[in-house]
Design a protein around this ligand. Sequence first.
Ligand code: GLN
Length: 762
Amino acid sequence: MGMRFTLAKAAGAVSTWGLRHVAHRPAANLPGKIALKVDPALLDELRGKCAEGSVITVGTNGKTSTNNLLADAFEAAGRTIICNRTGANLAAGIASALLQQPAAQWGVFECDELWLAHVLPHLRSRYVLLLNLFRDQLDRCGEIDRIQTSIAGALAASPDTVLLYNADDPLCARIADTVVNRSIPFGLDEDLKLAQNTVADAQMCQKCDGMVRYRYRQYGQLGDYFCDQCDFARPALVYAGRDIAIGAAGVTMEVCGPDGCERVHPPPPTPYAAYNLVAAYALCRETGIPTADFQRAVDAFNPRNGRLQRYRLGGRDVLLNLAKNPTGFNQNLKIVEADGGPKMVAFFINDQVADGRDISWIWDIDFEELAGAPDTVVFAGGSRAHDLAVRLKYAGIEAAVIESIDDAFARLGALTAAGHMPADAAVYAIANYTALPPVHDALDAREVAEARGAAPAAPASEGPSVAAVFGGEGGEAESRQGEGPCPAEVEAQDASRAAEPAPTSPETPAAAEPPVVIAHLLPDLLNLYGDGGNVRILEQRLRWRGLPVEVRRVEHGGTVDLDDVDLVFLGGGPDREQKLASEQLGAMRDDLAAYVEADGPLLAICGGYQILGRQWLWGDELVPGLGILDMETRRPGTSADRLIDNMVLESPLATHPVVGYENHAGRTYLGPVVEGFGRVTSPCGHGNNDDDRVEGARYRNVVGTYSHGPALSKNPEVADWLLARALERRAARTGVAAPALVPLDDTTELAANAIMVRRLTK
Ligand code: GLN
């Protein structure tokens, strides 16, 4: 035990005391951070504080809940533990817990996926519990293969650690495949027959160039899978949930392990609770925690940390939950949809560093499922509330922008007072990472106020017009309370008013008119960055104008005759999927080139855009592209940094600034035959490369761009430019004259645009 360790411990103790007693703040992170600075080997030294060793829970979704359940089970069984219960899950949070809590039998820690590599080699934990891996914070974490590599590296550095992993997740199973550690698979051995969502991860085999097929799929990429080309398949489960019943009262199931089967029942009625339950059960069995103690912990589980937290406020049932990625959100929507009664749903999306600056992923959520729900009032909150309102609008949901959950309650109260919502309508609040604590605090404060008999505090709010929140006629122009619209917004609103917009309610298209056909090429491979939202947008903007539209999803192995197509879309994707996609597109190369030369409109984003050039960068290797656009993608010098940022462009295709988000490794250089899609005008963002501030490419009716966001969500003029070209193509193809595009009410889109322009260019 060296001098550094003694100093580090002292620094941790002093900073803990200062934070708690002087600053009155929780000391969950900073003391560990300081102590780790003083002694980088701190975790090695502190390992001995857990006499019997430690367990670490990792995974994208469910870490905090599962780890806290484990902690409760260990305690119920009489074990003493050290635990980072508040969810401070970087090395600093784990170090803080180890510094602050007395020596114990076990350490029970949750750890951020990318931080496992900094924690596990030092703690050399007995078990790592790997729950799942989903796309999440792509700007911070990178694509999922990076996380897999990092977790595998952490396990390799701690070879005695046993890996307990969700074998229903091909991404977790692949990690188990590649490490020397002893590994124990768990999963659900029964088809839950759940409704599926549009976007899922890991559709390509983890071992070869095949595609993953399913005997059944539960949600996301979880299920009983196999590769259509190699031996990659779900491993035989050692711990398996069976005979599963999910109902309003909770989940019941039998969990079978090496020693037989036992019946357990967690309270929250969600499929992902069933996974977390099997995971926690398996770890308890492995570490000798008796099932009776585990069950007691499950029965009493009430962490009150905003994860599936229930309140009873003002006679209403309120459910608060965290959702920070498409899979989590889609599962939350299933909970909301299961409630067929009157309800208010308030979504909150922030874009701080901890959330990910990029919120393109909200377009991978199937909000459309909520559109038909009766008596449902939806609100959009958080720092990207306006983007959320745009997303909801395209899902057919009119959502007013709110300042806070109290604002939402005030608006709901106004609706109730006016007789439009029952007094006992349920409330659902769903928030991403940094958006959750303020909502949680406000709900807690309401609970305390009610317990004291005080009327719940609510800020003055005018409340929305009733027609707006019920998605009926009329429509309310949103405004951020306490803040007038910025000049650009006023301009935007004036412009859209002058244009006499068409109503944005679905119209019934004339029966005989042939549909505008949009081919979405390889949505199963090129779908990582919310780009499929562009197709949702193009489709809706036709529907709103009463024009018939047909979207053809051309999945891997599928075919399409481009002679029948009016608009082609290609999204972005991770390198492996991009390579497989480029092979299939290579087989279609001549048809695609002919389509482009015949002025067929095509929108290609990031990875899809790169493939259209002569060559592109696959990892570190240059590979041939389709050569349809006069451009190439390479990496200048040895720079390995990805270009990741928000950006604002000026583009000849739009009178408003174009707003997007880039996340790419390759640098693209245009030849003389193509022009840029735009020029980057914001201080942030790069565009095609590090040098010329040109963004994307235009050639005939092709638009290639690095903009995610998705590209068209805040840039309706670009969407309409493409649609005008598609209508011309349909006219040439079918003889039906191209109608002029009736202007739409783009107030919501342009408000979201103006806010980002103001934020990024000031
Ligand atoms: N894999 C490509 C790159 O990083 C494209 C990524 C993307 O589509 N966002 O350059």
